[in-house]
Design a protein. Structure first.
Lengths: 719, 159
């Protein structure tokens, strides 16, 4: 296993947009306290950036120094007792504002309500590569635990000095430091008053074990929940600045089309309208969205379109256009496939196809841009504020220090909001008009000009002995990606390879990346192998699985769904699937009901067991797990982007079906809390196994093996 | 051409001047700054823009502002009374029935519309009423739970 990790890990997932390098952090310490007010501050610094002699415990004087460049998070305790944590991560519904606040409150020993978080603001927060890859919980919660612990010790130190006693005997609790001997106490607010104390410390593992958490680990409700149920929360698309104009961008009729004629006379004549043409960027700004649309409609253009691959032919295209795959980084081999297959009693070869799908976050891409004295401020819903900042700086040829990107808590992303498209568009229009400009993409633009989860073709050849031991495993993924490509099962002879293919549609990250495609192929194939070996599919998996955490989720899911289930009615079926990725483990059991006469397919019940180490907030985690199951049902059953000659044929919710209330089965999420293990992220892994579990249940119900995602876009009528 | 009209929103009367076919959604958001009502698709397919018009849930992206004249409009901002949440808002809060929460306003308005018409809806009736509202985060089970909880609270309060 470790060899596999070593070989594959250094290569970033092809469709996870690559991280930008570290950047200069401009705020000096004196400015920091000027902005935030006096108090106590602690900064987490990447370990290698600290001088060798400096240790975590070393309280070091810090006067008149620049902050280190490699700071990754920090915490401030103000004179009013308000605790503020700073990180470049963004909130998009995954509920990190709550879980990080809990962690800080827990370690600093303050009420949960006194903690504020400043997220994803390139001027106020430290550099962060982006909110993706389920990295927030594993990286940010230990860091904030470290800063909170250090801040607590600083506060104890201030009290000890004040009382002229040894700090060791003092107790920090309920936002105050108490001396148990003299019964004196001082609140954190009192201790912070008039101070400008700061400390750097290295990022290390958390100190307080999960078994001793008091606020973390609890199902606390979402921070600012009231702002969301009253409509008061301002998403990017809700922001309105004084004098703000509304922008609209003219899109080509198809991908790759080139402009052949252009006439904006009528649009330019409209009152209050500004038309911008800069290279192939054509856009308008007007005092209202309505006027902007009218102006856009009045621009006359003609385009030369080019023939392109249609969705109907995508899988054969991907297979045919694979790049020569001599690249060792994408290939792992062990044992001998020939010997493995020779030892097998049964062999199965199968091909699995996975369609392009769209993220379709309910808040489309949006940005508000404002220029002031050559400096640009942009509010936008993005997962990568710092990369957006750098792209804006590069596009407008200005220093990064002149760009500020602020991310209001966003109407979801699911991996789909890495790019800075809307930000660049709004900023270009704002520069041309000298006024703030808001650009909000239409749903059709979102479905067409964003990017997609890439399609893929996966070929699997395998062998199994008569008594159900895997002997050979060959797995080729074309185009969709490497996440979750590695089999967790024990197979002595295996070859795993990823084959790159030049992009057909603009493609990028999607919740879980290629792990969904790879798990669909693998777990469907495992079900087929169990059938030829005449074994129960749970028993078959366990027989080939030594990973104890994987066994634990499988057994938990099986127990809760009552596996093995006996079919009690026509068209009923049950299916299992399991997987592990990004440090967390999942197993899913699905029950389906198929009516072959009408072709209707219904997912009746889903039980999913999930384990991500120590749980920080079981309530938020449950939302993420149940949400992943429901979102995953779309890609499993019916979602697919259809295209032809560079046109998206279904860029509307009326034509691109997403899961709705009627599609939602009874769902039971079984959360395994491993307090002895570090907390892993949970945003992605729970989506990986719903498709194969449903596919396997459909086979159980009908005897029809479905190897393509989506499984049943048109139902499953009797032949 | 812009036309002068008077509309009533959340009990207040507003004089607005817009082309008669302008979607009510645009007037609410851009003119009245009632941004709790969301744009999600502009095609009446996602329900994020749901408001009550004369007490019935409607997609404000599909209703021309001229059609909202003479009928009271209620938006998400009109549910809270004297700093007290509407039972449906409270129920969503209690159930944690949101993640990114961009669909929440529309879900709330559709649910309020349902409960005004049917004080004790069956699960299937809730599903039917919310079928036109999309939640991409997959919070559906909690939303159903919240509506059931709200129905109970409203009955107990004898509303």
């Amino acid at each position: 296993m470790s060899t596999m990790k070593e070989r594959f890990a250094p290569e970033p997932e092809r469709y996870e947009f690559s991280a930008a390098p570290m950047h200069q952090f401009e705020l000096a310490r004196r400015d920091f306290f000027k902005v935030l007010g006096a108090g106590i501050a602690v900064f987490v610094v990447a370990k290698e950036a600290l001088p060798a002699q400096e240790t975590a415990a070393g309280s070091r004087s810090f006067h008149n120094e620049e902050l280190p460049k490699e700071i990754t998070s920090w915490l401030h305790v103000g004179e009013d007792g308000v605790v503020t944590g700073f990180t470049g991560k963004a909130e998009m519904g995954q509920n990190i504002r709550t879980s990080i606040s809990q962690t800080i409150a827990d370690e600093l020993r303050v009420p949960f309500e006194s903690v504020r978080l400043v997220l994803a603001d390139t001027t106020l927060t430290p550099f962060d590569a982006g909110t993706f890859g389920s990295r927030t919980t594993p990286t940010m919660t230990p860091q904030f635990r470290r800063v909170a612990e250090a801040a607590r010790n600083l506060l104890i130190g201030v009290a000890a000095k004040e009382w002229n006693v040894a700090p060791e005997g003092l107790v920090a609790a309920d936002a105050k430091v108490t001396d148990p001997t003299s019964k004196r106490s001082l609140s954190y607010a009192e201790l912070a008053r008039g101070k400008t104390l700061a400390q750097n410390l290295p990022a290390e593992d958390p100190i307080t074990p999960a078994s001793e958490w008091k606020i973390a680990g609890k199902p606390l409700p979402k921070v600012d929940g009231r702002a969301f149920v009253t409509g008061r929360h301002q998403y990017t698309s809700d922001i309105r600045l004084d004098g703000m104009l509304y922008g609209k961008v003219l899109r080509p009729p198809s991908f790759g089309a080139t402009l052949t004629s252009y006439d904006d006379t009528a649009a330019k004549a409209m009152t209050g309208v500004t038309v911008v043409r800069d290279g192939d960027f054509i856009a308008v700004a007007a005092p209202s969205a309505h006027e902007a649309q009218k102006a856009l409609d009045a621009i006359h253009t003609q385009w030369k379109e080019v023939p392109q691959v249609p969705s109907k032919e995508i899988f054969s295209h991907l297979k045919k256009n694979a790049e020569p795959s001599s690249n060792e980084r994408f290939r792992r081999q062990k044992g001998s496939l020939e010997e493995g297959l020779a030892a097998a009693a049964h062999r199965i070869d199968a091909t699995y196809n996975v369609a392009y799908i769209a993220h379709a976050p309910l808040e489309p891409r949006a940005a508000v841009a404002q220029w002031t004295d050559g400096k640009l401020a942009v509010w936008t819903g993005t997962q990568r504020p710092f990369a957006n900042r750098d792209e804006l700086a590069s596009v407008f040829h200005i220093p990064e220090s002149n760009v500020r990107v602020i991310v209001p808590d966003t109407g979801a992303a699911y991996g789909g909001k890495h790019t800075s498209d809307a930000a660049i568009e709004a900023a270009r229009l704002a520069r041309a008009t000298g006024k703030p400009v808001k650009v909000v993409w239409t749903r059709e633009e979102e479905f067409t000009w964003a990017y997609f989860r890439p399609a893929g073709v996966i070929e699997v050849s395998s062998g199994v002995t008569g008594d159900g031991k895997l002997t050979a495993w060959e797995f080729h993924n074309y185009h969709s990606g490497m996440s979750g490509i590695e089999t967790p099962y024990d197979v002595a002879n295996q070859l795993t390879q990823y084959h790159q293919v030049p992009l057909v549609l603009r493609s990028g990250s999607y919740r879980g990346l290629a792990a969904t495609a790879n798990h669909f192929a693998r777990e469907t194939h495992m079900d087929a192998l169990a059938r030829v070996a005449k074994m129960d599919s749970l028993e078959f998996r366990l027989k080939n699985l030594s990973d104890v955490r994987m066994r634990a989720v499988l057994e938990a899911a099986a127990k809760s769904c009552g596996w093995p289930r006996k079919k009690t009615q026509e068209g009923q079926g049950f299916g299992l699937a399991c997987g592990a990725e990004k440090g967390s483990y999942v197993a899913t059991c699905a029950e389906v009901a198929v009516d072959r006469a009408s072709g209707s397919v219904r997912v009746v019940r889903v039980v999913e067991a999930f384990e991500c180490g120590a749980i920080v907030n079981p309530d938020g985690l449950r939302n993420q797990v149940v949400g992943a199951i429901i979102q995953g049902l779309g890609g499993a059953l019916f979602e697919a982007v259809e295209f032809e000659n560079g046109h998206i044929k279904n860029p509307h919710f009326s034509a691109y079906r997403v899961p709705r209330f009627r599609d939602v089965p009874e769902i039971e999420a079984v959360l395994l809390d491993r307090k002895d293990l570090p907390s892993a992220g949970a945003g992605e892994t729970p989506i990986m196994t719903i498709a194969p579990a449903v596919g396997n249940a459909l086979f159980d119900a009908t005897g029809i093996r479905l190897n393509n995602l989506p499984l049943v876009p048109n139902g499953l009528r009797a032949a | 051409m812009a036309k002068a009209m008077e509309i009533e929103v959340n009990g207040k009367h507003y004089a607005v001047s817009y082309p008669a076919d302008t979607p009510l959604l645009d007037v609410l958001r851009d003119e009245l700054s009632l941004t709790g009502t969301k744009y999600g698709c502009g095609e009446g397919q996602c329900g994020a823009c749901t408001v009550l018009i004369g007490g019935a849930p409607k997609r404000s992206c599909q209703i021309p502002v001229s059609a909202a004249v003479a009928k009271p409009v209620t938006t998400i901002e009109g549910l809270e009374k004297e700093a007290k949440l509407h039972p449906v808002q409270q129920a969503f809060l209690d159930a944690g029935a949101f993640q990114c929460a961009f669909c929440t306003s529309g879900m709330l308005m559709s649910s309020v519309g349902l409960l005004q018409k049917n004080a004790n809806p069956k699960r299937e009736e809730i599903v039917q009423s919310l079928q036109g509202n999309i939640c991409r985060c997959g919070t559906h089970p909690r939303i159903i739970e919240a509506v059931q909880h709200a129905a109970k609270m409203m009955q107990e309060r004898g509303r």
